[in-house]
Design a protein around this ligand. Structure first.
Ligand code: NAI
Ligand code: MG
Length: 337
């Protein structure tokens, strides 16, 4: 029986890249049924709720989501629905592989995986203003929360991932020299977990030095693990190593649920123009197929993607081409034969 998944096309370029991805999944013969649901700005407009109960119910039932980007207002306004979904389903591991597809970029043959803790750190949303001298916003405070449980389980996930995927090394990026309690606990937890994996090489590095090393010599890394905000920032940097956000997929994995989405956002600057690159969401769908036990279909899609990109006739604008989302999708469907 086909697996039913919840599909949330989302905001901005979300519906465009979702349509493209579903068309390619169909052409590749993915064994899936779709339950379409709303979330984000579009849900706020149509249903007056950025995370409607029907969407939550569908995700609770299906346990697997394929999600387009959701617009989050900066500063005031509703809190991130992405963060909310990760919290609701305890999707603690954010797995972000980056691999070179388009040759001729700054680097060739990049093949790295960033594993970001997804439920703790500064993004727990424990923050408030402090009023002083008649100014209600004289100061603001955000609390970084790290638990031994959370740090240990994400580090264990990283080592298990390395083992399962035949990877050699795990790097923990942290800031335990300055944030001695929160980052110190993370480092201590990682050291404890690393003892259980003598077969995997392991190192810890300071986060800022890691950022520099990733640019100078990305080949020295393999699997990287870190807390939430550091992972958010470095995953965009790492997407840059392979040509930008258009190519970066992500899986948010929990014990009994998972959500797959591109790393990029709703790209309001190009929304509705039909020129978005659907590769980020498509590669996320491939991670989903791997997760659901349909790895052959995922491999077929990755192969077709490589063919189209290498051929170079139907590249989207961000890849240096002129193809629209539709033209790129058609070329991919054709490559799937
Ligand atoms: P963004 O990722 O939407 O865009 C950054 C730049 O990359 C833009 O110039 C955009 O045109 C380009 N870009 C992004 N995806 C592309 C694609 N598939 N093809 C071609 N070009 C692409 O980041 P930005 O502008 O900072 O955020 C916009 C909104 O998205 C915000 O409301 C933000 O909160 C939200 N967001 C949502 C995420 C999610 O739902 N997981 C993740 C990141 C941001
Ligand atoms: Mg981000």
């Amino acid at each position: 029986m086909a697996q039913t998944i919840t599909v949330v096309p989302g905001d901005g370029i979300g519906p465009e890249v979702t349509d493209a991805t579903l068309e390619i999944l169909k052409a590749a013969g993915a064994d899936l049924e779709y339950d379409f649901q709303l979330a984000g700005l579009i849900a706020l407009k149509e249903l007056r709720n950025p995370l409607p109960q029907a969407t939550l119910d569908s995700a609770t039932k299906n346990r697997i989501l394929l999600k387009g980007p959701l617009t989050t207002p900066s500063g005031a306004g509703f809190r991130s629905i992405n963060v909310e979904l990760r919290k609701t389903f305890d999707l603690y591991a954010n797995v972000r592989p980056v691999r070179t597809i388009v040759p001729g970029g700054r680097y060739e043959d990049i093949d790295l995986v960033l594993i970001r803790e997804n439920t703790e750190g500064l993004y727990v949303g424990v923050e408030h203003y402090i009023g002083m001298h008649g100014d209600p916003k004289a100061a603001a405070e955000s609390v970084m929360i790290i638990t031994r449980f959370g740090a240990e389980r994400i580090c264990r996930y990283a080592f298990e991932y390395a083992r399962k995927h035949g990877r050699k090394k795990v790097t923990l990026a942290h800031k335990a020299n300055i944030l001695k309690y929160t980052q110190g606990l993370f480092l201590e937890s990682a050291q404890d977990v690393a003892r259980d994996y003598p077969d995997i090489e392991w190192e810890d590095r300071i986060i800022d030095a890691t950022a520099m090393q990733l640019v100078l010599d990305p080949y020295r890394f393999d699997v990287l693990v870190m807390e939430n905000m550091f992972g958010d920032i470095l995953s965009d940097l790492m997407a840059g190593l392979v040509g930008g956000l258009g190519f970066a997929p992500a899986g948010n994995i929990g014990v009994d649920a998972a959500m797959f989405e591109a790393v990029h956002g709703s790209a309001p600057d190009i929304a509705g123009k039909g020129i978005a690159n659907p590769t980020g969401l498509l590669l996320s769908a491939c991670l989903m197929l791997d997760h659901l036990g349909q790895p052959d279909t995922a491999t077929t899609i990755r192969g077709a993607l490589e063919t189209v990109v290498l051929e170079g006739k139907a590249r989207t604008v961000d890849m240096g081409g002129k193809a629209t989302t539709k033209e790129f999708t058609t070329a991919l469907v054709r490559a799937l034969g």
